[in-house]
Design a protein around this ligand. Structure first.
Ligand SMILES: [Zn+2]
Length: 416
């Protein structure tokens, strides 16, 4: 009887399948355009360090079927999940589907940017979908106060008293004007132009609506004294160290601290865990290849690419860049989003190599930004590109889009 029941679970991809699981542990979900995998893994890592048993989709299978298979692999024959916490990254579009039957205890929303496939308001429809889901949701909602696309979700259900905003204080490279393509420049409630005190990156920054005061939030956790050179910041006067040197990860980690604080995890455990947390999957991964420091990062949309270039530009050392761009199904066949990447004023970049099946498109894009064409080398063949990259010991930055990331990482690891 139970075997057929399990079989039904396994083979019937009906959304109602979620209601057959017996879960009495809190479920934490992370959603965003960028940073889901990093934040999800960091929350899970801290909870495990605190001695909790955690079920997590660490590999990033974040759609309905991916979450379902994580649950199926870890449940008993009667559908019972034995865990202290369930921590899932969930694709933005699948929140209402997955959590129609699973009881969500905490939802973390990091950011919403235009993604690679989206040129015409897809972001807005995703936000509205989540907003609809939140109209009846009353549990913890952890929101990035500095992204207007996210912050607005607090108003979906006026009866929800469990809203927790996180924020990051102005950092060294924040700008007065927006330097990268972004969303959310108008108040979603009264359509007035938002006033920004500063931008951290893209449209993320300190904003307020001068008409209805949208954006004037009471903050639960704020990261201060951000020092990317030393990779440190403080929250509630506690000093944290991380392995990552990007403003974008300071936001992710402030979300992690917020969530873990809500579950009363010991601050010293959070602090120790974050200081050792790394992700060895090409997401801002630091490697040494042929005695050459190398930083590889995934970038599947303009904001992801701009964040990588921001890290590159904040580094004063001479460096070379490899950009690998594919246009496979999972990447989106339309690569016009590369025109929203900010390649202006690259700091001390002596050579750029491009590869992937759209190596020439990205080479032309970079040339158009004013970078010396004689210093751009396109290679359709990835192995040739990697060999050309490592013909000297200059520091390397590698940016690769979705289907390009693991092949590129594998290719450079062959040289290790
Ligand atoms: Zn307003």
């Amino acid at each position: 009887m139970e075997a057929t029941y399990f079989g039904k679970l396994a083979f019937d991809w009906n959304p109602e399948i979620f209601k057959y699981f017996k879960i009495d542990a809190p479920i934490i979900a992370v959603t965003a355009t960028n940073g889901k995998t990093m934040t999800n893994n960091a929350i899970s890592y801290v909870l495990e360090k605190a001695g909790k048993k955690v079920l997590c989709n660490k590999e990033g299978n974040n759609m309905e079927t991916g979450i379902l298979s994580t649950l199926l692999k870890n449940c008993t024959l009667s559908g019972k999940i034995k865990s202290d916490f369930l921590v899932f990254e969930v694709d933005e579009g699948y929140i209402p589907v997955v959590f129609k039957y699973l009881k969500l205890d905490t939802l973390v929303v990091l950011n919403f940017f235009r993604d690679q496939l989206d040129r015409n308001g897809e972001v807005e429809s995703l936000i509205l979908k989540i907003n609809d889901f939140l109209k009846t949701y009353k549990n913890n909602l952890v929101l990035n106060s500095d992204d207007p696309n996210v912050s607005r979700l607090a108003q979906a259900n006026p009866d929800n008293k469990n809203i927790y905003y996180f924020s990051v204080e102005k950092y060294k490279y924040a700008t007065k004007n927006m330097s990268e393509a972004g969303e959310g420049k108008f108040c979603p409630f009264c359509k007035t132009k938002l006033e920004y005190e500063y931008y951290q990156y893209s449209h993320v920054g300190k904003f307020v609506c001068p008409n209805c005061h949208f954006g004037d939030n009471k903050i639960y956790k704020i990261a201060k004294n951000v020092d990317l050179e030393n990779r440190t910041f403080t929250v509630d006067d506690i000093s944290y160290k991380t392995q990552f040197n990007s403003i974008y990860n300071i936001y992710n980690f402030t979300a992690v601290i917020s969530v873990c604080s809500l579950y009363n995890i010991d601050i010293s455990i959070i602090k120790d865990s974050l200081s050792t947390f790394v992700l060895n999957n090409g997401r801002l991964e630091h490697l040494v290849i042929k005695n050459t420091p190398t930083i590889i990062n995934l970038a599947k949309n303009p904001t992801g690419s701009n964040v990588s270039l921001r890290i590159l530009n904040e580094d004063k050392d001479e460096k070379e860049l490899l950009f690998v761009l594919n246009d496979n199904l999972a990447d989106g066949h339309d690569v016009s989003w590369i025109w929203d990447i900010n390649f202006d004023n690259l700091n001390n970049v002596s050579r750029i190599i491009t590869s992937g099946n759209r190596a020439y498109d990205i080479a032309i894009r970079i040339k158009t930004s004013g970078f010396d064409f004689n210093k751009i080398e396109p290679y359709l063949n990835l192995q040739e590109a990697v060999n050309a990259l490592y013909k000297n010991n200059t520091k390397k930055y590698i940016i690769a889009n979705y289907t390009a990331l693991q092949p590129t990482r594998n290719e450079i690891l062959k040289l290790k």
